[in-house]
Design a protein around this ligand. Structure first.
Ligand code: GLU
Length: 495
């Protein structure tokens, strides 16, 4: 499937603030493909749209890529607060390559594949309105294509601003074989005379992407389906320059489960928001890389580390249909990776969240909380909510909740009294583990022929204030003997 000898892929984001999960998907897949073939993964910053330029966005992007462990072989790097260019095809930031684009645009002007367009924005707007009125596709009407050399020279002498447009041939079929989508064809009549260089001296994306992919020797272009319709322009440019085009893989766009486009309005779309909520990077990579992909037909396998993905991923098995972004699956995967962590590792990851509930929480308490909550966490952030009754001094609940099924408030009160006396007599060593505590309490219940629910339900509610929670022994173990007794007494006084 992969034809090119040396695989060089690139991730070419425009730094516009945050990293959309769709772009993260491009980055992950481009990384995987490069590593699969012992090739290079390149980062290129496409910052030629000055209107969308955001200060600091590039630095943020570099940091996020690093957080995900998507190390690139070439590209701009942040070293001691400074941007340096790693690799021999740099600079890898388009705004630092303006002279290069200028030179290539000049070449196209000279060999007649491009022309200067002096049309004012007012004229173009009017033209578009006219086209709309007549139900015509929005296309430049080629007024400036027909200027004589003398007319052009006159306008240049007058210092009129101009853009450079590519000349699209008439009625030509432009075709390519996409790794994901198969054979794709366009008729050049449907393609606009694309602006290559803007009047501010900056190239457009359409031009810079071709020049750079060629000069940086990119073998595979992986990007979103929304770029398919740009590809004929790119292919023509390759043809004009006599360059061999790369192979293309256009991934389907990410969709919400209701098949609408994944957008901010419907929830998070920025990769960093998922990290903030406590999705682990390994879950996000696993989830995002496998959206719309399976190892083989009917395969049920869903867990893949980045290493396994590098071994097994096959770009040509990506779905052509819309790829559903299923948050339930992400939660499930995340819970899986959370459960696979050691208590030490998970505590380190949960500490920032626990600190929000109790600043400077002790490591010992944090570890205990993590031990009993690990099984229940879908994302790290959940620990704030789940653990608040273990951390906060006061818990509130309705007294009725303490009463087990057919028991009565007075019976419950009496049982709590018995529990208190029993727990008071326990030694500190009985509190070493939740398991040890459980054995003690259960033996005591059996020896006295008490009902298990009659004792353990009020104990659990008294300690947690909740209908559902970890077991009473686990909670008592985290709270320690003193607070356990306080909460049992409080419960008793409520009845
Ligand atoms: N700068 C474009 C983007 O942000 C890159 C598209 C491409 O990969 O060619 O989507």
């Amino acid at each position: 499937m992969i034809k090119k000898q040396q695989v060089r892929t690139r991730f070419a984001p425009s730094p516009t603030g945050s990293l959309h999960v769709g772009n993260l998907r491009t980055a992950i897949l481009a990384y995987i493909l490069a590593k699969q073939h012992k090739g290079q993964f390149i980062l290129r910053i496409e910052d030629t749209d000055r209107e969308r330029y955001i200060q600091g966005a590039m630095e943020k992007l570099l940091t996020i890529l690093q957080e995900f462990g998507l190390e690139y072989d070439e590209g701009p790097e942040l070293k001691n607060g400074k941007i340096i260019q790693k690799g021999k095809f740099g600079p890898y930031i388009q705004s630092l390559r303006l002279d290069i684009y200028k030179e290539y645009a000049q070449e196209l002007l000279e060999n007649g594949h491009a022309y200067r367009c002096f049309c004012s924005s007012e004229r173009l707007t009017k033209m578009r309105e006219e086209q709309q009125k007549n139900n015509l596709p929005p296309k430049y009407d080629r007024t400036c294509l027909h200027l004589t050399p003398q007319e052009i020279q006159k306008k240049l002498d007058e210092k009129l601003p101009y853009v450079i447009r590519m000349k699209i041939p008439d009625n030509q079929t432009i075709a390519f074989d996409d790794i994901v989508r198969g054979h794709v064809e366009f008729n050049s009549n449907d393609v606009d005379d694309q602006i290559l260089m803007k009047s501010d001296g900056f190239p457009t994306y359409q031009f810079a992407v071709v020049v750079d992919d060629h000069l940086m020797q990119i073998s595979h272009v992986i990007r979103g389906e929304d770029w398919v319709s740009s590809t004929p322009k790119h292919l023509l440019l390759y043809q004009y320059f006599g360059w061999e085009p790369p192979l293309f893989a256009h991934m389907s766009l990410l969709l919400n489960p209701d098949r609408t486009k994944l957008s901010k309005r419907k929830g998070d779309v920025a990769a960093e928001d998922f990290l903030t909520k406590g999705y682990l990077k390994e879950s996000l990579i696993n989830f995002i890389a496998t959206i719309g992909w399976s190892e083989e037909a009917g395969s049920e396998e869903e867990i893949y580390s980045l290493k396994e993905l590098i071994k097994k991923f096959d770009l040509s098995r990506l779905t052509k249909a819309g790829a559903i972004f299923n948050l339930e699956k992400l939660d499930w995967l995340n819970a899986h990776y959370i459960r696979a962590k050691s208590i030490k590792e998970l505590t380190a990851l949960c500490l920032p969240y626990l600190n929000q509930v109790k600043p400077n929480i002790s490591r010992e308490l944090a570890e205990k909380i993590v031990t009993i909550e690990q099984e229940r966490l879908k994302k790290l952030e959940d620990i704030k909510q789940n653990a608040s009754f273990l951390i906060n001094e006061e818990i509130t609940y309705q007294p009725e909740l303490l009463v087990w099924k057919k028991s009565t408030p007075s019976q419950t009160k009496e049982n709590l009294g018995k529990l208190i006396t029993f727990i008071q007599d326990l030694r500190n060593s009985d509190y070493k583990t939740a398991k040890g505590l459980e054995e003690k309490v259960i033996t005591w219940i059996k020896e006295n022929n008490y009902g298990v629910g009659d004792m353990l339900w009020p104990m659990r509610v008294a300690l947690s204030g909740q209908q559902n929670s970890p077991s009473p022994f686990e909670i008592a173990w985290v709270l320690g003997k003193k607070i356990t007794l306080q909460r049992l007494s409080l419960a008793q006084s409520k009845l």
